[in-house]
Design a protein around this ligand. Structure first.
Ligand code: GLN
Length: 479
């Protein structure tokens, strides 16, 4: 049997019952990577020796005892490279410490194994902005896996990882999860510590799991969530056993359908899969309620003002002095900064730094940044109003299935607009998940379920009930 095809819960249980060892699990991933990652290129770095050392010492009694987990390349794992998909850091930077989520994984018995590819500094929706390599969608190698956590989703679809951690600033967990037919959860802002995660837009970033099933997602969330003295934005709320809480069904739950999310612009194939999924929820006993999120239209613009503003400040640290790439033949300090940053950053990152600096500049600050913050408040209130009436909101995760490779690389604006269903959740600080809900022309479609602040349990419950009533999550790409 190919152990790599197991889910997180299945491999954990196999190790616990003595049917497999942690070393078997790591070796299964090594074999799977040899067979399939050459084509997918989901990983930018892998250190099997260190993982095998840890596997030999694994404690099967722990919640994730001996299971290897793949990590997006912006989460620090001590002594491993952390390149953020950027030439700025690739080949020069190694993490001197563990991020809090990694410490928590280790305490639960898991083994961080492999660095997954991403759009440079998490800026993008196709992983084509990686400065390191091109990742392909396991369902069709001519298509993108989505982004920015494209590698983290592709390795799940390719069965070259049991589960992975990604990050979501405007959809970067949910959208690639939907493009690759996997489950992707963006927790509530503050539910999971960002300590040790390289920042893109600090008021929007969250870490979350990408997995083969909803139960795996719930299990991983319970491990990584919680208050962290090292991240003052983490919430002081108890962390439930989310997997245990999945037993219920959706009878009597209210599912909101925002009228602004069901308009033209979504492809017919995505629309019909999502419509069928919503009917399935109704069949399972949920009550459908039409709702309105009136500030949906400006959300994309608000996001691209605030995210770029924050990014322009966060990326100032990459100056060629303290971290990463340093230009040669320098005559003065100004030239040092200019050359190091010009050589180290790719085109999209430069575009965002320029945009972010512009919207923060004196004279434009009030017109762009301050106004965007005001509209952000309205977007948050839209969600508060709707969640007073419904338990979850359902929508497509993305208006289309996976882009063709190269399809939108010369059209950044079009790619930004494709984030329309995911970014409002980050602006509102709420949680959301994407679960597989069908196929259109052979490519997976994702159903997005959004929940209120700290509403992870209800979101997981609805996603789980839907998953258990359907077969989509069991489909695997043909190799
Ligand atoms: N696609 C969005 C962007 O390019 C979201 C990225 C993310 O969530 N990291 O900014």
């Amino acid at each position: 049997m190919d152990l790599a095809k197991l889910t997180l819960v299945e491999i954990r249980n196999a190790i616990r019952k003595g049917k497999a060892t942690s070393v078997d699990a790591v070796e299964a991933i090594r074999d799977a990577v040899e067979k399939r990652d050459e084509r997918v290129k989901g990983y930018v770095a892998l250190d099997f020796e260190t993982a095998l050392d840890q596997a030999r010492k694994a404690d099967p009694k722990l919640p994730l005892g001996g299971v290897p987990i793949a990590i997006k390349d912006l989460i620090n794992v001590q002594d491993q490279p952390c390149s953020c998909g950027s030439k700025m850091l690739a080949g020069t930077y190694r993490s001197p410490y563990d991020a809090t989520v990694i410490r928590k994984l280790r305490e639960a018995g898991a083994i961080p194994l492999g660095r997954t590819n991403m759009d440079e500094f998490a800026m993008g929706s196709s992983t084509e902005n990686s400065g390191i390599q091109l990742t392909r969608n396991p369902w069709n190698l001519d298509r993108s896996p989505g982004g920015s956590s494209g590698g983290a989703a592709a390795v799940i679809a390719a069965d070259t990882a049991f589960a992975s951690l990604g990050s979501d600033t405007g959809g970067s967990i949910r959208q690639p999860a939907s493009f690759c037919g996997t489950v992707g959860l963006k927790p509530t802002y503050g539910r999971v510590s960002r300590y040790g995660v390289v920042a893109f837009a600090s008021s929007l970033d969250q870490i979350g799991p990408i997995t083969k099933t909803v139960e795996d997602s719930a299990l991983l969330l319970s491990v990584i969530a919680g208050l962290d003295p090292k991240d003052s934005t983490t919430l002081n709320a108890p962390v439930p056993d989310y997997a245990k809480g999945l037993k219920g069904n959706v009878k009597g739950l209210r599912v909101g359908l925002p009228k602004e999310y069901f308009i033209d612009g979504t492809s017919a194939g995505v629309r019909s899969s999502v419509d069928a999924a919503i009917r399935k929820l109704e069949e399972l006993g949920a009550e459908l309620v039409e709702v309105s999120l009136p500030h949906t239209e400006p959300a994309v613009a608000v996001y691209y003002i605030l995210a770029t503003a924050e990014a322009s400040a966060n990326l100032a640290r990459f100056d060629g002095v303290r971290y990463g790439h340093r230009a040669e033949t320098i005559h003065d300090l100004g030239e040092h900064y200019r050359k190091s940053r010009s050589e180290g950053f790719g085109a999209e990152v430069k575009r965002r730094i320029i945009l972010g600096t512009y919207v923060l500049s004196s004279g434009y600050h009030d017109q762009y940044y301050t106004r965007a913050q005001q509209v952000r408040t309205l977007i948050r209130r839209d969600f508060e109003d709707v969640f007073a009436k419904v338990d979850v909101i359902a929508s497509p995760a993305s208006p289309t299935t996976a882009f063709q490779i190269g399809e939108l690389t010369n059209d950044p604006l079009h790619m930004y607009l494709a984030d329309v269903f995911t970014i409002a959740a980050n602006l509102g600080g709420i949680c959301g998940i994407s679960v597989p809900c069908g196929f259109s022309e052979g490519m997976p479609v994702g159903l997005q379920l959004l929940g209120p602040s700290l509403g992870e349990q209800v979101v997981l419950q609805v996603a789980h009930a839907y998953e258990q009533a359907t077969e989509w999550h069991k489909q695997r790409p043909a190799w």
